[in-house]
Design a protein around this ligand. Structure first.
Ligand SMILES: Cc1cc2nc3c(=O)[nH]c(=O)nc-3n(C[C@H](O)[C@H](O)[C@H](O)COP(=O)(O)OP(=O)(O)OC[C@H]3O[C@@H](n4cnc5c(N)ncnc54)[C@H](O)[C@@H]3O)c2cc1C
Length: 409
């Protein structure tokens, strides 16, 4: 039997398992998937929990619901990969050999990378919303909060879903308005980027949205420490920003198992060919999703487009051909902007987000770089699509390559 091992059963790993399971001959292939957790989290839903829009039940399902019959599922932490020996050592003592390996171990937050972040105020007046625990603690805090200085700070790039921090402040504007205390809440968006977003044109437009919604923007702020006693964040150039509540997007890093295996960069992200998604160091290893070191966004939609490319390339390689499918960096992100509206951006490695209609030229129904109700419905629909189509590896009516159709230059 030939052995395919998938490490990580989150968005990308589960998608690859389901896609490949339908085509690999079971009399020739054994497919194994390894993950430390039994629960699958719909991470885009974490954004909505602090504002009481989603509950925990809306974002959690058992991972086993998405494993096709016959999969060899191992529930254990990965200790180390030994790529030269073609094997993986697990924390439960098992040693798993492979012919081909797909790495889908994702990214996670590391608040402890910033001095003072996890001191006395953690989950008292300093919160994250990138974990279920953080999102729920913030929901409980907001319920009784009467207002003050709300500071959102991005520690450093890259982060998962680079639009999520913007969505957070837009939703905070909407939530505190509906609670009738918006005039008592001072919302401040503090980022290390030169503007509101990573791409210059979209950054200008999204910066205008911040302005219109009376959200203060401080750019090029590189946080050095958090002062828990005086409640302020301090940058390397000693600029101080006071807060009553700090919502942090901590440093995002790949898993420690990648570091222990000597396979990652300084943030434990894995060097990956930007087009074929093959490991730059090992021909029988592929990398997908947030675990890569690629400049594409770390997003579920990106993992979905990558999955189509990796599927084709994996089949080519096992048949002895060169991987020919090319990932173009395609990302498609709905940005929830509050008050039942949303904005959509669609871009790739070479093309910045542009205005226009998506996916049908002139028709839409979604509008690019514009705030509409339909874009909000798209965002809300995405959760249903995620559970019912995306992670089951089923086809969605969106091309993995970015199209210029409907976009205005
Ligand atoms: C707040 C928030 C909002 C977001 N919003 C959006 C959005 O609107 N749209 C969008 O497209 N994307 C969004 N994302 C990003 C999206 O959720 C991720 O990009 C996507 O889940 C990445 O999939 P992945 O498979 O690479 O990683 P994950 O889904 O994180 O899966 C990684 C898996 O690997 C396992 N693993 C890691 N290390 C080990 C180990 N040592 N041993 C065993 N198992 C291990 C983990 O347990 C996990 O199950 C958002 C993310 C967050 C946090």
């Amino acid at each position: 039997m030939k052995k395919l091992v998938i490490l990580g059963a989150g968005t990308a790993g589960t998608m690859m398992l389901n896609k490949l399971n339908t085509v690999l001959d079971k009399s020739e292939w054994q497919i194994t998937i390894v993950d430390q957790h039994e629960k699958h989290y719909y991470q885009p839903g974490f954004l909505f929990i602090p504002f009481n829009i989603y509950t925990c039940k809306d974002v959690i399902k058992p991972k086993r619901d998405f494993y096709p019959p016959g999969t060899n599922v191992i529930n254990s932490e990965i200790d180390k990969i030994e790529p030269k020996e073609n094997r993986v050592l697990l924390k439960n003592g098992q040693v798993v050999g492979y012919d081909y390996l797909i790495l889908a171990t994702g990214a996670k937050i590391k608040p402890e990378e910033t001095e003072g972040m996890k001191d006395g105020q953690w989950h008292k007046s300093i919160f994250d919303f990138y974990t279920i625990e953080g999102a729920c603690a913030l929901r409980d805090f907001f319920k009784h909060w009467e207002g003050g200085k709300l500071v959102l700070n991005i520690t450093e790039m890259p982060i998962k879903c680079p639009v999520a921090p913007l969505e957070f402040v837009f939703l905070a504007d909407s939530y505190f308005t509906e609670r009738g205390i918006r005039d008592k809440v001072d919302i401040h968006f503090v980022t290390p980027l030169p503007g509101a977003f990573t791409k210059p044109k979209a950054s200008a437009i999204l910066g205008d949205f911040l302005h219109k919604k009376n959200i203060k923007l401080t750019s090029e702020f590189n946080i050095a420490t958090v002062d828990n006693d005086d409640k302020k964040i301090i940058s390397w150039d000693e600029t101080e920003i006071p807060f009553d509540v700090l919502v942090t997007i901590p440093t995002n890093m790949g898993d420690e198992a990648i570091a222990r295996s000597g396979m990652g960069n300084e943030l434990n992200f894995i060097p990956t060919d930007p087009q074929t998604l093959r490991s730059k160091d090992y021909e029988n290893i592929f990398v997908i999703g947030d675990a890569t070191d690629l400049s594409s966004s770390k997003a579920g939609s990106v993992a979905h487009f990558q999955a189509d490319i990796l599927f084709e390339n994996f089949l080519s390689v096992i048949e002895g051909r060169e991987p020919h499918a090319k990932f173009d960096g395609h990302a498609n992100c709905f940005i929830e902007s509050g008050f039942g509206k949303g904005i959509l951006i669609d871009f790739n490695y070479d093309t910045e987000p542009l205005p226009g209609k998506f996916p049908l030229p002139g028709i839409g129904p979604f509008s690019l770089l514009e705030e509409t109700k339909m874009n909000h419905y798209g965002k809300i629909m995405f959760r249903w699509m995620y559970w019912n189509f995306l992670i089951k590896g089923l086809e969605l009516p969106i091309e993995s390559q970015m199209s210029m159709a409907g976009k205005r230059l």
